[in-house]
Design a protein around this ligand. Sequence first.
Ligand code: PD2
Ligand code: ZN
Length: 264
Amino acid sequence: MAGMKFVFGLLTFVTVGMIVGALFQLAFIRRLEESSGIPHWVDDKEAVVLHLGIVKPEVLSWSPRIILFRNFLSMEECDYLRAIARPRLKISNVVDRKTGKGVKSGVRTSSGMFLSPEERKYPIIQAIERRISIYSQIPEENGEHIQVLRYEKNQFYQPHYDFFSDPFNVQRGGQRIATMLMYLTDDVEGGETYFPLAGSGECTCGEKTVTGLCVKPIKGNAVLFWNTGLDGEGDLYSQHGGCEVVGGEKWSATVWMRQGSVTF
Ligand code: PD2
Ligand code: ZN
């Protein structure tokens, strides 16, 4: 009888000990979570718009300045941009140096379209534009409309500069100082964004091995690069292109950002 009591007492002691230990562990994990700050953001609308805790910035190069943002857009945002763009795609233009007007050119073989002022008022577009402005530290009103681009097999955008070399386009809004390039599809071979003057590493551009830096078009990721240096002048190292698509379709979205407010 005494033996039974002893065993029962021991079992009760061990069980209560395990429960108390588990409660301590739970409290510890909760405190760890709270100290990381994430639970405080759950009901914070701005944190949701900015994808805080989801987006991961990584500096790829300081000269030229290139930052990769992993998980910048959600999968739904990528699909939404493609869906509204698809019916209105037209052959892409480049800026003519002499006239400042958009002209067709073999330099760029994609199709594209710009979102309309009306579409800029949609909450999903406003959230994307706000995120772009916060991560780039450039006011929303300095951003041109989002441009959605589609590259089919064998299409490309030859290396070029995004800053203007004509005197006409800078008159409204000033120079294009930075570009945010967002990738909207995954199922693509090739189609890397290529910076020939960013370092001396080797990378794959389309089917070629090249020198410089290549960024793979991964759905939801975005790359921010600066077309002007810290002195405000066009940065000759910022030259970049879209490599040939070898398989599948590449969709991307570009926002060119100006020195001043731009209203189209
Ligand atoms: O879509 C691209 O990969 C790309 C590459 C280079 C877009 C641009 N430039 C651009 O829109 O300026
Ligand atoms: Zn460009």
